[in-house]
Design a protein around this ligand. Structure first.
Ligand code: NDP
Ligand code: MG
Length: 339
């Protein structure tokens, strides 16, 4: 079993006298900054002048500085800007302002794992990665709860990196739910694998195939949408609450029997697992990361084309129309939920 930490293992006093610069004030940034402040920490925010987050962070009562200045003032710098721009911002604004004994922190391992950011040898490097969207990190904290977090220490030059990371995670509320120890490599590789094969890729392709088969066989697109797309959430909510057996308890025995006999016909395990291993191998040998970094350098031609094609797909068009009529359409929470 992997190692877990809880509140009793964390001592927030470790952060006394330390200034924390939260770089970025989006989904994760606003949640970390507000939770840490409510936990009694000394927090400033680092942003780019002219960006739309600046005014938001100021309105929330934070002192906001340009990234370089925030990094200079701080003892702990946490990178909560988009992963694709972190390396550039790090190079020009953060690296020159890190002092020996400072800590550089991340909420996702991509840039460290793939060598896009190479921190100096004299700073601590740790990860405090909530396993949930930033807006949930905030709402759970306010409710007296927390989102489980991953902890990883890549460099421990002060000898205190674990204590600092544990205190930081307690400060954002993660210790209330549980802190799982991992490494930058494990977090990055499993995160990419999960989103590519199951959570985003995988599930989306499965829904799309089901939708297309029903429509191609003459069933109505509305029916196909409700059956193959809308209902997925209802099923997953049951799995989330009670496991697959608990979900099976709630659906009919006919549905459960169909799951046993037809699931493996649709997804023959040997073949699917072999395909998943190929995806994992591209993640492990850096070739996926190299393609994604290149795609960004070239202005995202494939990404933008795919995004446009998907938006025009019939399942999306029909879904937008049906959701528009749903009575609770205004509670749709589209906070970014990757990682
Ligand atoms: P968002 O896209 O929500 O926010 C990005 C923030 O960075 C904005 O405040 C933006 O400000 C700022 N920013 C962008 N470019 C620059 C720049 N060049 N200089 C200064 N500030 C800039 O990011 P997320 O919160 O989604 O992601 C942050 C990190 O957290 C990533 O490493 C991600 O992998 C990780 N993570 C995210 C999760 C999530 O739920 N979203 C879950 C777990 C981890 P502006 O208004 O100026 O554009
Ligand atoms: Mg500093």
């Amino acid at each position: 079993m992997a190692k877990m930490y809880y509140e009793k293992d964390c001592n927030l006093d470790v952060l006394k006298g330390k200034k924390i610069a939260v770089i970025g004030y989006g989904s994760q940034g606003h949640a970390h900054a507000m939770n840490l402040r409510d936990s009694g920490c000394d927090v400033i925010v680092g942003l780019r002048e002219g960006g739309k987050s600046w005014a938001v962070a100021e309105k929330d009562g934070f002192e906001v500085f340009a990234v370089a200045e925030a990094a200079k003032k701080a003892d702990i710098v946490i990178m909560l800007i988009n992963d694709e721009v972190q390396a550039g911002v790090y190079e020009s604004e953060i690296a020159p302002n890190l002092e020996a004994g400072n800590a550089l922190a991340f909420a996702h391992g991509f840039n460290i794992r793939y060598g896009q950011i190479v921190p100096p040898a004299d700073v601590d490097v740790f990860m405090a990665a909530p396993k949930g969207p930033g807006h949930t990190v905030r709402s759970q904290y306010v409710a007296g709860k927390g989102v489980p977090c991953l902890i990883a220490v890549e460099q421990n030059v002060t000898g205190n990196a674990y204590d600092i990371a544990l205190a930081y995670i307690a400060g954002i509320g993660g210790a209330r739910a549980g802190i799982l120890e991992t490494t930058f490599r494990e977090e990055t590789e499993t995160d990419l694998f999960g989103e590519q094969t199951v959570l985003c890729g995988g599930v989306v392709d499965l829904m799309q195939c089901g939708f297309e088969v029903l429509v191609e066989e003459g069933y109505s697109p509305e029916n196909a949408y409700f059956e193959c797309i809308h209902e997925l959430k209802l099923i997953i909510d049951l799995v989330n609450k009670a496991g697959v057996s608990g979900m099976n308890f709630s659906v009919s025995d006919t549905a459960e029997y169909g799951e046993y006999v037809s699931g493996p016909r649709v997804l023959p395990h040997d073949e699917i697992k072999a395909n998943m291993r190929k995806v994992l191998s591209d993640i492990k040998d850096d070739s996926f990361a190299a393609r994604w970094i290149e795609e960004n350098k070239n202005g995202r031609p494939l990404f933008n084309k795919k995004r446009e094609e998907l938006s025009a797909h019939q399942m999306e068009v029909v879904g937008r129309e049906l959701r528009e009529q749903m009575l609770w359409k205004n509670d749709n929470d589209l906070d970014s939920a990757s990682n």
